[in-house]
Design a protein. Structure first.
Length: 245
């Protein structure tokens, strides 16, 4: 792989599996040193060991202010600075409006919105001092078009877009860029839980007629983390095979 991110120092949340793990692997392959953070610390450590040198696994509950600050502090100490933060950690608690509980709503909104905000706040404090940095937030096409049974998730992912734009405006003059990615239907453990019928029905709505691979999301993250996107901030890139256009 090229040295697109040679010498860069990155943190990826929700990195023990799925898209997060593929993002961490891609950043590492492009030359970055990476901290993989996950609620499941054991799996984060295992995932980091699988990536190899210049990778460290840490436990982190992104809804905890203390946990997120500790993550950024430890990562900055281990890496010697912080150039890239990928706010990827997320959960789903799907149910119809009729059946969704308040707990299901709050859990999803808290992980995605509070988790992303805490990450941006802690990482940007380091990046502002350096006068450089790239923060990449994972939204979803659900936040653009809405999905039945996902009033909580769709609202949270739409909120991530608004937060991205507001933070981008605040941090631009400090040399810190903030962008978002909206993946569509991607082959992950999360979508594997869908029924074959539901998966096929969704796939049929995609102009490219297939689900995406985690590596196809990770490639766009690597682009946003690199100097190839040096004049981009506050943008929302759809990685969806044309779904929702």
């Amino acid at each position: 792989m090229s040295g697109l991110l040679e010498g860069r120092r990155a943190v990826v949340t929700g990195a023990a599996q799925g898209i997060g793990l593929e993002i961490a692997r891609s950043l590492h392959e492009h030359g970055a040193s990476v901290v993989l953070a996950d609620l499941d610390e054991a799996r984060a450590v295992e995932a980091a060991a699988g990536i190899g040198e210049r990778a460290l696994g840490l436990g982190c509950d992104v809804t905890s202010e203390d946990d997120v600050q500790r993550l950024v502090d430890r990562a900055t100490e281990y890496l010697g600075g912080l150039d890239v933060l990928v706010n990827n950690a997320g959960i789903t608690r799907d149910a119809s409006l009729k059946k969704m509980t308040l707990e299901d709503f709050d859990a999803v909104v808290t992980v995605h919105l509070r988790g992303t905000w805490l990450g941006i706040r802690a990482a940007s404090a380091v990046m502002r001092e350096q006068k450089s940095g790239s923060i990449i937030n994972l939204s979803s096409m659900s936040g653009k078009v809405g999905n039945p049974g996902q009033t909580n998730y769709s609202a949270a992912k739409a909120g991530v877009v608004g937060m991205t734009k507001a933070a981008a405006k605040e941090l631009a003059h400090h040399g810190v860029r903030v962008n978002a990615i909206q993946p569509g239907l991607i082959k992950t453990p999360m979508t594997a839980a869908m029924s074959p019928e539901a998966f096929a029905a969704t796939e049929a709505t995609i102009p490219m007629r297939r689900a995406g691979e985690p590596a196809e999301v990770a490639a766009v993250v690597a682009f946003l983390a690199s100097d190839l996107s040096s004049y981009m901030t506050g943008t929302v890139l759809e990685v969806s095979g044309g779904r929702g256009m």
